[in-house]
Design a protein around this ligand. Sequence first.
Ligand code: ADP
Ligand code: MG
Length: 282
Amino acid sequence: PVKESGTNNEDISATYEIKEKLGEGSFSEVHLAQHRLSKRLVAIKCVHKRALRGREAMLENEIAVLRKIDHENIVSLEDTFETPTKLYLVMTLATGGELLERIVERGSYTEMDASRVIRQVLGAVSYLHQLGIVHRDLKPENLLYETPLEDSKIVISDFGLSKMEQQGVFSTTCGTPAYAAPEVLEQKIYDKKVDLWAMGVISYILLCGYPPFYDENDTQLYRQIINSQYEFDSPYWDDISESAKDFISHLLQRNPEKRADCDQALQHPWISGGAALEKNIH
Ligand code: ADP
Ligand code: MG
């Protein structure tokens, strides 16, 4: 659905009427907006370019990558507008609300429901990884229902400029790979595994309603995470299947080499087969 041409430089408010704020982050705001001619509603993310700290040159490249994304479980980027200080990403509006909100509203859901949600998100992450995109910011707030319908798909709403917003191996290896040491290149491959760790945390939360790692003290929390120190606490996990626990333990694996990749996670019986029980959680 994206135009072949690059970013629009005309005033976005000539094309869209910007309405109320849907959400915000430290360097961006998301607003509801209406196309003035077609009256269609969209979500527009406004990114303050200062967030990109001197890497503005990467922007065109990054937008080109975002425009290529075309997956049923990822919000699509329909258009982009740019001013000297701001970047506007016009996205398809997801109207079904956040994943966790709906689960709380519904009161009860099954392991089967949880596994269906995780399967959709893993499919989208696998697609991003095949394009060489590491999401890096997977969390429940970024998973939205596309529509208010009961059987609505889940979409990843925040494909962000995650690669650009954070310092990391990408910024150090964007030179020519011909001279990069094996461990530098390996690190880049392992980097995808950060998304699988996040899927492990999300799966854990979906199944019991609280996070696997928690401490009011940041140093302690950090220590828990680097040691992958978590438990399937009784009584909350007593009725949850061994298969679900096995799935999570393959993702919350501290060594990224041993951590499951997307294909392995998608092939796990809890995701691919009938291992997810049709029984209520909580
Ligand atoms: P940030 O990078 O600041 O976290 P997000 O893209 O996650 O920005 O958007 C922030 C919030 O805006 C989301 O948590 C969601 O509530 C809302 N939002 C984002 N994209 C959409 C969309 N396509 N449709 C509806 N709401 C959206
Ligand atoms: Mg977000």
